[in-house]
Design a protein around this ligand. Structure first.
Ligand code: APR
Length: 314
């Protein structure tokens, strides 16, 4: 257990819930939280630390006072960012969060130079690309968390539609973590049974639509974005990396020719293990899926080009 240390940068709703999930599962020896607002990191670290009294395995939960305290981590999760405020354009938000990412990544390079980095901040795929550009690290060490969450949201919708198979549903979502995400019912299964043998094409379309609206639906009810499912989705990925369990999970990764694209980060199924991305799995996409994937890649490239136009990488 000793040596399994996870840093979480950004101790807001998502970061703290990921820490809580890790602590409740006893996944690692130590979780350390950092936030630009120190009271947030410290208050939540104390609260989560106290909760571990009743967890199956002990986890040390601490707060970093300085970015340099996030040192020698095996995995660093980045959830730092600001939400879109009234009057802010998408471009404004992109530039603000990219600058936060730059600062965060410089510190990771200094203090946890061997870590696997899991990006959660939005816009997810573009922020994951920023980390690749900033570090130049081997691509297996940097990945974005989106498919784990979107897949869970899709599984929830499948369960609502078929009415059975709880805990037995495997749902795949590829592409970007935004409006052009691609829920893939044709390769989703309930207890091993292909979804197409259980529901109609129309029901599949409904599941696709509801999955894409999964995040917005929660914002509508709650007034803020989701954090329980994102937190658990982070912890399942961290667990796979620390345990070297080599599970297959859709993740945002840098393509170098796979699926016919390069120099872009996008969600595809990968094998997750101690090296981070152990392997990229290339699905055979039919023409319709290829078109959807192209639209998804285009939307991510639009975000990347905004950064380039603003000389972000110069
Ligand atoms: N360094 C460290 N922490 C920062 C920095 C920074 N430079 N800038 C902002 N933060 C912190 C904020 O103080 C805040 O506590 O990041 C935290 C973000 O938390 P929330 O605002 O609660 O947002 P949350 O819902 O947790 O979402 C975080 O994950 O899913 C994505 O879109 C979401 O990008 C967002 C991120």
């Amino acid at each position: 257990m000793v040596g399994r240390k996870v840093g979480i940068i950004g101790a807001g709703f998502v970061g703290a819930t990921a820490a809580y999930s890790l602590a409740m599962l006893g996944t690692c020896h130590e979780v350390i939280l950092y936030d630009i607002s120190p009271g947030i990191a410290l208050g939540k670290a104390i609260d989560i630390g106290q909760s571990t009294n009743y967890s199956p395995k002990g986890t040390i939960v601490t707060a970093a006072e300085e970015p340099s305290d996030i040192k020698d981590c095996d995995v660093v999760v980045i959830t730092a960012g600001v939400p879109r405020k009234p009057g802010m354009t998408r471009e404004d938000l992109l530039m603000i969060n990219a600058k936060i990412m730059k600062e965060v990544v410089e510190n990771i390079q200094k203090y946890s130079p061997d870590a696997i980095v899991l990006c959660v901040s939005n816009p997810l795929d573009v922020m994951t690309y920023v980390i690749h550009q900033m570090t130049g690290w081997p691509r297996n060490r940097i990945l974005g968390m989106a498919g784990a969450l979107d897949g869970a949201r899709m599984a929830y919708q499948i369960h609502k539609s078929v009415g059975f198979g709880s805990g037995q549903i495997k749902a795949m979502v590829i592409g970007d973590h935004g409006q052009n995400m691609i829920p893939y019912p044709e390769i989703s299964v309930v207890g091993g049974v292909p979804l197409g043998q259980l529901i109609s094409k129309q029901e599949m379309e409904n599941i696709i639509a509801r999955t894409k609206e999964g995040g917005a639906e929660i914002v509508k009810h709650l007034g803020t974005s989701a954090y329980f499912a994102p937190g658990r989705a982070i912890s399942v990925m961290v667990e796979a990396i620390l345990d070297d369990s080599k599970i297959v999970m859709s993740s945002s990764v840098l393509l170098e020719g796979e699926y016919g694209y390069k120099d872009v980060t996008v969600g595809v199924p990968v094998v997750l293990g101690a090296k981070g991305v152990e392997e990229i799995i290339e699905l055979e996409l039919d023409e319709e899926m290829q078109a959807k994937f192209a639209a998804s890649v285009d939307s991510i490239r639009e975000g990347i080009s905004v950064l380039k136009q603003n000389n972000f990488f110069a």
